[in-house]
Design a protein. Structure first.
Length: 614
């Protein structure tokens, strides 16, 4: 720690220091060395600053909430668009499947025989199921809805008494609540029982007839008959060596494909160790696969949308779990596709080899017959045998080459898939890094603004403090001057008030002297004061009467009698009673009827005449 800003201790003693300290202790706050501070004003200023900072923080939080809400709404809109497309596709598939089922049922129900009887039994069973469902609904859901309507009606009728706290109504309300809670518990038991039955039925449907003969998951790979088929053994071939060499090709093919399957399983050993659902439950894995297939590959931000959708529907899975399961699912799909392709090639090659074996053995039999007929063609037969074996060997080489090419193609596809997944992951990581960078920049910018604001507030506070100190000195001088001026004004006002009082007393004395001179003394006569004057009586006539019910103003117009005497009103009333007042016939008649009094010439309309001329 630097000592540049510190002052050294003063060790010298001065005799006047005690006097200065005593003087400052005696004067206290009135000393010119201590300046008064307006703490209340400083507290108000600090409170204003805190309030403005709190308002700014609330605005920032509101902006953050709106940003999150807009982002959430955008994601939900994208999910909704994808789900609408999937729903339309599934709905069309459902309708198509239902139409195929109906067509199949109609086509087979019209036939005669056991099939028609079976489909009749299907219809009877379907009708029984519908009847059972209706009975179940009447026994369970319909009473609940009726009870709900009755409770709503009771609540509407007794709501006022219930609010006022009537004892009978409150007691009845408690009984109703107890009844509702009992019904809820019964409904819960029924739902649990139905859920248990649903699980049992799903397990029975999942097993079906296959559960009687064995579990399908017992076999890790599709079953293909290995070894030399019996049909090949039954084929006739005069040359035992040729037959043995050809039949060995079946074993060679089996060994080669078994090696390929074993290698594939070794490469995906971790994938297979995770089980059929990748360590997840069956329902979670089913949800994952359904969501994964809904989003097309050409959709922007596909992977981010998939992960967000899965996190919403499967809340117990984290992002890392979803990414790991996605990697496992890609590997598992590749393994299934590759194993399926290998098994398809294996079956095809065995069939082709069987066809080729038949052809070779047929040619060998034909050649043997020719050899028996003509012994001189023995050498040609051997050459033909070698040629046929070379054909088999050449075919085997071609198949091996084709398999190698296919393996290279599969490896290339797998590499492309890994590159694509890696590119998506890199893109996602870049996006996250960019967001983190933007957040850091925003935080640094906000911290810089806060520091600048604090520095400006500190400078402003110093300026205000300096201005307050100067104002305090000026206010003291101004208060002293104002007190002197006020004292002068008070003395002048007192002098003027004394002079004014003296003048008022003199004036009142003179007025009283004048009143004494002109004052008249008259007797009191209340009757004369309340009676009418002679001038007012002269204005009234003896026979004039006042009508109290007469209206204040004259109203120009027509009376009801004058209006009802018009022939047009009477005719319109009759047409209205007959229901013809809206027809063209009524309009034509009303045009021809003249009013009781001809209108003035200045009230005649010229609109129609102007329109006809134009």
């Amino acid at each position: 720690m630097s000592n540049l800003g510190q002052k050294p201790f003063v060790l010298t003693y001065k005799s006047d220091e005690i006097d200065r300290l005593a003087h400052r202790a005696i004067e206290g706050v009135r000393s010119n060395k201590i300046k008064p501070v307006d703490y209340e004003k400083l507290r108000n200023l600090a409170a204003e600053k805190k309030f403005s900072a709190h308002k700014t923080l609330l605005k920032v939080k509101k902006f953050e909430h709106l940003s999150k809400q807009n982002k959430e709404n955008h994601l939900l809109k994208q999910h909704k668009m994808v789900w609408q497309k999937e729903f339309i596709k599934l709905n069309s598939l459902r309708k198509r499947t239902q139409a195929d089922i109906d067509h199949h049922v109609r086509a087979n129900a019209n036939d005669t025989g056991i099939c028609a009887q079976i489909y009749e039994e299907f219809e009877d069973y379907q009708s029984r199921l519908e009847t059972d469902f209706q009975n179940f609904r009447k026994a369970t859901s319909d009473p609940v809805w009726e009870l709900r309507e009755d409770l709503q009606f009771w609540m509407q009728e007794n709501m006022a008494d219930l609010r006022l706290g009537a004892p009978d109504t409150v007691e009845k309300h408690g009984e109703i609540r107890q009844l509702v809670n009992t019904l809820k518990s019964q409904q819960k038991e029924v739902m649990e029982k139905l859920k248990h039955e649903q699980i049992c039925l799903e397990q029975q449907l999942r097993l079906g007839e296959q559960g009687e003969f064995g579990n399908v998951n017992m076999y890790k790979r599709p079953h293909i008959q290995q070894g030399i088929p019996e049909e090949a053994f039954d084929l006739e071939c005069p040359d035992e060596d040729l037959k043995a060499n050809v039949l060995k090709e079946f074993i060679v093919i089996d060994e080669r494909y078994l090696d390929r399957l074993n290698n594939l399983e070794e490469d995906h050993q971790y994938t297979l160790s995770q089980g059929q659902f990748g360590g997840w439950t069956e329902s979670d894995h089913t949800h994952f696969v359904a969501i994964y297939d809904q989003y097309p590959f050409d959709l922007a931000n596909r992977r981010m949308l998939i992960i967000d959708r899965i996190k919403r529907q499967i809340s117990n899975k984290t992002r890392s779990d979803i990414v790991d399961h996605e990697t496992w699912w890609d590997s598992f799909k590749f393994f299934n596709q590759r194993s399926k392709a290998i098994m398809t090639d294996w079956k095809r090659d065995r069939d082709e080899l069987m066809d080729k074996t038949r052809a070779v053995f047929t040619e060998a039999c034909v050649a043997h017959e020719l050899e028996e007929v003509k012994l001189e063609y023995t050498k040609k037969q051997e050459a033909l045998r070698d040629a046929l074996y070379n054909q088999i060997k050449q075919w085997r080489d071609q198949k091996m080459e084709m398999q190698m090419i296919q393996a290279e193609i599969w490896e290339q596809q797998r590499a492309d898939m890994q590159l694509r997944v890696q590119a998506e992951q890199e893109k996602e990581s870049k996006r996250r890094q960019e967001e983190k960078k933007q957040i850091k920049e925003f935080q640094s910018e906000r911290e810089q603004k806060r520091k600048e604001k604090e520095e400006a507030d500190r400078r402003r506070l110093e300026e205000l403090q300096k201005a307050l100190d100067e104002q305090a000195v000026f206010d003291k001088e101004r208060i002293k001057y104002r007190e002197e001026q006020i004292q002068k004004k008070i003395e002048e006002r007192k002098f003027k008030e004394e002079e004014k009082d003296l003048e008022e007393r003199e004036k009142e004395y003179r007025l009283e002297m004048l009143r004494e001179k002109v004052r008249v003394v008259a007797e009191s006569n209340p009757e004369r004061m309340m009676s009418q004057t002679q001038a007012w009586q002269s204005r009234l006539k003896e026979d004039e009467t006042v009508y109290i019910q007469k209206p204040l103003f004259d109203i120009p117009g027509f009376t009801a009698t004058q209006v009802s005497s018009d022939n047009r009103i009477k005719l319109e009333q009759k047409l209205r009673e007959a229901g013809l007042h809206t027809t063209d016939y009524a309009r034509q008649i009303l045009k021809t009827v003249a009013p009781p009094q001809a209108p003035r010439r200045d009230m005649e309309s010229t609109v129609l005449r102007y329109n006809e001329n134009s």
